[in-house]
Design a protein around this ligand. Structure first.
Ligand code: SF4
Length: 338
C-alpha cells in the first residue's frame, strides 16, 4: 500500500479560497466562490448541498477537469501534499489523476466503455499509472474485483460492462479507482443511479475499503443521512460557498446555519415520531448568475435580518473546528462596520 509521504500536521489536501467561474451569455456563474477546506490522511469528508450548490464543480476543479471555456479556475490554491495542483504541467497532472487522486461518478455506465471488456479497461488504467507487465496487471485487476466483492472474478473480468448489474458496475468502478492505490478517492453521488437496496451496500463498501487501504475520501452527496454514517467532517455548500463546516457529530448536535438546520430537519427519522408532513425548506435555490453580495439564503431564511439582504456574512467560529457563515453569529462591531 502507498503511504502518505506528508506525515505530520500538514493535511493531504488543502483547498484554499478556490474560485471556479463559468462565463455564460447571461452573465458570470460563480459556481465555486472562495471555498477552503482540508482533508487529512484516511479522513472522510462529506460535501453536502442541493443541486447547483457547487459541490461537483469543486471536485472537478480538484481534478482539473473543468471544461474551458466556459469554465475557469480563476483563483485559489489546491495543495496536494504541499504541491499546488493548479500549477502542475499536463504530465505531472496525469500522474496525480488516478495515481494519487481517483474519482468515481454517479453513473458507472457513462465511465465504462461499453465496447471493451472490463479486463481491457482495468489493465489499461493500471498500466497507465504503474510499472507492471500485462500479466501482472490482469492479476491485479482480478484481485481488485475480488476485493470489491465480484464473485467468480477470474471469469467475470473478461465480461463486458452490460453483463453486470448497476450495483456490480459501480463495484467495478470502485475497484478500478482504487487499483492504483490512490491516496484520495472522490466519490460524486456514487449511489444516485442505483436501486435503494444496493445503495447501502456500495456506501458500506467504500467505507470498508477506505479504512482497509487508508484512503482519504471526499463524498459528494445531497443526503445528510449518508454523511452521518460515513463522514468524519462535513462541509455544507450553498450557492457556491461553504456556509458551515464541522465535525459530523458537532454538525448534528448543533447545526448553526439555518440552511443546515433545515437540511437536518428534512431527513426522515425512524427514532422520532413524525406528525404527518416531513419538514422542507421553503423556496428555491437562487439563480447563481451575477449573484449580489448578500446572503444568498436570505429569501428562504426565517431568521433573516436587514443586513442579510445586502452583505455577505463573515465566517465565525462557533466551536472547535466548527465554522459558520451567518450574520446570527457576528458581533455588533462587525454588523455596524457595514
Ligand atoms: Fe439567515 Fe441572515 Fe444567516 Fe443568511 S446570514 S442564513 S439570511 S440569518
Amino acid at each position: 500500500m502507498k503511504k502518505n509521504t506528508n506525515k505530520g500536521s500538514a493535511p493531504l489536501l488543502d483547498v484554499r479560497n478556490l474560485q471556479t467561474y463559468f462565463k455564460t451569455d447571461e452573465g458570470i456563474v460563480k459556481a465555486v466562490d472562495g471555498i477552503s477546506f482540508t482533508l487529512g490522511e484516511g479522513e472522510t469528508l462529506g460535501i453536502v448541498g442541493e443541486s447547483g450548490s457547487g459541490k461537483s464543480v469543486t471536485n472537478l476543479s480538484i481534478m482539473r477537469l473543468i471544461q474551458s471555456p466556459p469554465g475557469k479556475i480563476v483563483g485559489g490554491q489546491i495543495l496536494f501534499e504541499g504541491k499546488d495542483i493548479l500549477t502542475l504541467s499536463e504530465k505531472e497532472l496525469r500522474h496525480v489523476r488516478g495515481n494519487e487522486i481517483s474519482m468515481i461518478f454517479q453513473d458507472p455506465m457513462t465511465s465504462l466503455n461499453p465496447f471493451l471488456r472490463i479486463s481491457t479497461q482495468m489493465i489499461e488504467t493500471i498500466l497507465l499509472h504503474q510499472k507492471m507487465t500485462k500479466k501482472e496487471a490482469l492479476k491485479k485487476s482480478i484481485d481488485m474485483l475480488k476485493l470489491v466483492g465480484i464473485p467468480a472474478a477470474e471469469e467475470r473480468v473478461h465480461n463486458y460492462p452490460h453483463q453486470f448489474s448497476g450495483g456490480m458496475r459501480q463495484r467495478v468502478m470502485i475497484g478500478m479507482a482504487l487499483s492504483c492505490e490512490a491516496k484520495v478517492l472522490i466519490a460524486d453521488e456514487p449511489t444516485t443511479a442505483l436501486d435503494v437496496t444496493i445503495q447501502a451496500q456500495i456506501l458500506e463498501l467504500i467505507n470498508e475499503l477506505a479504512k482497509k487501504l487508508n484512503t482519504a475520501v471526499i463524498l459528494i452527496t445531497h443526503d445528510l443521512g449518508v454523511v452521518a454514517g460515513m463522514c468524519d467532517t462535513v462541509c455544507v455548500m450553498y450557492a457556491g460557498k461553504i456556509v458551515e463546516k464541522a465535525k459530523t457529530e458537532d454538525l448534528y448536535a448543533s447545526p448553526s446555519h439555518p440552511y443546515t438546520f433545515g437540511l437536518i430537519q428534512s431527513v426522515p427519522r425512524l427514532d422520532k415520531a413524525q406528525d404527518g408532513k416531513l419538514y422542507s425548506i421553503e423556496g428555491q435555490p437562487p439563480n447563481v448568475i451575477d449573484l449580489p453580495e448578500c446572503c444568498p439564503f436570505h429569501p428562504r431564511c426565517n431568521k433573516k435580518m436587514d443586513i442579510c439582504t445586502y452583505k455577505y456574512p463573515p465566517v465565525k467560529k462557533v466551536g472547535e473546528n466548527h465554522e459558520v457563515a451567518c450574520w446570527l453569529y457576528a458581533d455588533e462591531k462587525e454588523k455596524s462596520s457595514t
